[in-house]
Design a binder for this molecule. Structure first.
Ligand code: FEO
Ligand code: CA
Ligand code: CA
Ligand code: CA
Length: 605
């Protein structure tokens, strides 16, 4: 990038060189310091991390695994004390525990109940108080009354909205259909305008088990009354062996349990005794995130994608408006409102189609007896409405001016001839970003316009069909956008998750400033990159614009055998990196980083 690019793109920093090695890198003039690592004790009486002697009891008081979403809510006017809210999406047992190797290829041999309970305790979320000292350094306040873990092992949650108490939500352990233990696969999320914490339940299907398999060893659910509905959601995925030791994860024993997962969970970070709530009015699907804003008239609006190939983009609009009475944990704004699904028309218009029982095809004739059915089977309802099948909707980020950005990460299953205007490439390995402009700059609008901001991938390779502003350098282009954030100046930042396909770019995952305005629109600049095999999550900007939180997920694990670059599959004993400790006795640890400018000041300004 030359100097002209730097000034025109508004992102004022010297672009980082692309690459991929054992550690993280940030643009010159910035610090990226480790704040919290998997296993760090987060409560006053938590034991120190002992990787060779792990226990569920210890993990319940320690920072969880695979940090994804990061949010922050201030506890003082200056914003120098506050609560960090972090999702722990999933676990990689092959690098967490010694001697296991690739469990998914080995019938989960070695996954004892003891290890499974540790895995469950490492999932969920963390709420921790952090504070900044006079020198500007952030640190954990370890004895804070607010610090707590939220896990699928032991955290009781309540259910509200149309599906609460419905017969399809009832199990042996919960005959009222009103209480669930925990949350799982919490990917991205959001903070409400009043500082509560939203955790999105994404790939919940992977946790469900059946003992019934066909001749090929694949799950056979044909005996289930709800087999077609389970199939639409990919239940049971059998990614984890939890159902071998906990009945609720086994659909042969608890066929309704999957209906209690795939929701948005709200947590009150200021009240450690408040039970989190699963809000069923926001629909049930593989929620990537839940980013909030308010409409012109003050309605709460939440954008959420369903991260699956050919699934849909949604938004929720509350019936009531945000005011002193409603801006509270467990607000009626979350139980009374309308969920919409997006149809991206070829003429550049987007229509938001309401998922309301009794309207259009959402009637008893089509299997929807009530709004509870519409919410439990959101995907099937959206199919009937004619929503646009997307290339895996990941994070979606609204901005105050009626604009929203939607990350479409990739879709290698889209066949030639099956493209649509909003998903224009077949076999898309690198994804794209869509910009939505709601009518009248109003996030509650049911109509707007859309356009493609960038098509990702290498602009030098014609067959890729990438589309960037030509000012984008060899460092600045990327593949597989996943999480995103808007900073205090309204600028878009995008982080990537290429997974095991990272060798297709040769670049590690990173954070990019992507210009949306003026002549520099579509210009991208690399600001931070991960250690090998790690994906970048967060990102979250403090309101001051002077602190940025980043989450490096699963460092060292996305190895690959047949692509260029690091050619190895990590294990506890032989990881691709031992970031961030670089201690020969410690495997790589997912960690949250704090980014600040050397000498202080706003980031990239
Ligand atoms: Fe958990 Fe869609 O990324
Ligand atoms: Ca994600
Ligand atoms: Ca986000
Ligand atoms: Ca991801």
């Amino acid at each position: 990038a030359n100097a002209a690019t730097d000034t025109s793109s508004r992102y004022s920093f010297d672009e980082l060189a692309w690459g991929n090695d054992e550690t993280h890198h940030i643009a010159n003039g910035y610090n990226a310091d480790v704040l919290l690592r998997w296993g760090d004790p987060i409560t006053a009486d938590a034991p120190d991390f002992d990787v060779m002697n792990q226990s569920a009891e210890a993990q319940l008081q320690q920072f969880g695994y695979n940090n994804d979403y990061v949010g922050f809510t201030a506890l003082n006017d200056e914003g120098t004390r506050g609560l960090l809210c972090v999702n722990h999406e999933y676990t990689n047992e092959e690098v967490m525990f010694p001697g296991l190797g690739r469990q998914d290829r080995d019938g989960f041999k070695g996954m004892t109940k003891e290890l499974i309970d540790i895995e469950m305790a490492a999932h969920g979320g963390s709420v921790v108080e952090i504070a900044q000292d006079a020198g500007g350094t952030w640190a954990l306040v370890k004895d804070s009354q607010y610090n707590r873990r939220i896990t699928p092992l032991n955290t009781q949650m309540t259910i509200d909205g149309p599906a609460a108490g419905h017969p399809r939500m009832k199990t042996n352990a919960d005959p009222d259909g009103m209480t669930v233990i925990g949350t799982v696969n919490n990917c991205a999320g959001g903070m409400t305008p009043w500082g509560t914490y939203l955790m999105a339940e994404e790939n919940f299907h992977g946790y469900f088990w059946t003992d019934v398999v066909d001749a090929d060893g694949k799950p056979d659910i044909s005996a289930h009354a709800d087999a077609d509905k389970m199939k639409r959601y990919g239940v049971p995925g059998r990614w984890y062996a939890w159902g071998q030791h906990h009945d609720r994860w086994n659909i042969d024993k608890e066929p309704n349990e999957p209906n209690r997962w795939g929701w948005i969970v709200e947590v009150d970070p200021r009240n450690p005794d408040a039970k989190p709530i699963k809000h069923t009015a926001l629909g049930r699907f593989r929620h990537e995130g839940a980013e909030t804003t308010t409409s012109k008239d003050g309605h709460l609006v939440i954008y959420s994608g369903d991260d699956n190939r050919f699934d849909y983009q949604y938004k929720y609009v509350s019936k009531g408006v945000v005011n002193d009475e409603t801006a509270v944990f467990g607000s009626s704004l979350f139980s009374d409102g309308t969920l919409y699904v997006a149809r991206f028309n070829a003429d550049g218009v987007i229509d938001w189609l309401p998922l309301v029982h009794g309207t259009g095809p959402l009637t008893a004739e089509n299997g929807f007896d009530s709004q509870a059915d519409v919410m439990i089977d959101t995907r099937i309802a959206a199919d009937l409405l004619g929503a646009t099948p997307m290339d895996r909707p990941e994070d979606a980020q609204p901005r105050g001016d009626g604009t929203a950005y939607v990350m479409l990460t990739n879709n290698n299953k889209r066949k030639a001839g099956n493209e649509n205007a909003a998903n224009p490439r077949a076999a898309s390995d690198f994804g794209h970003i869509i910009e939505i402009k709601e009518d009248n700059q109003d996030h509650a609008a049911t109509r707007g316009t859309w356009s493609i901001l960038v098509k990702c991938g290498d602009p030098e390779v014609t067959e890729v069909g990438a589309q960037w502003n030509p000012e984008t350098s060899e460092n600045g282009w990327f593949g597989s956008p996943d999480n995103c954030a808007i900073d205090a100046d309204g600028r878009l930042w995008v982080s990537t998750d290429q997974g095991s396909k990272w060798g297709k770019t040769g670049k590690s995952d990173g954070l990019y400033g992507v210009e949306t305005e003026g002549d520099a629109r579509g210009t991208s600049k690399l600001f931070f990159r991960c250690p090998v095999g790690g994906e970048l999550c967060g990102p979250y900007f403090h309101d001051s614009g002077e602190t940025l939180f980043l989450a490096v997920q699963h460092p060292g694990t996305d190895g690959t055998k047949d692509l260029k670059g690091f050619e190895r599959n990590s294990t506890f004993e032989d990881p691709a990196t031992r970031w961030p400790d670089f201690d020969p006795a410690m495997p790589p640890r997912p960690s949250v980083l704090v980014v600040t400018k050397q000498g202080g000041g706003k980031i990239a300004v």
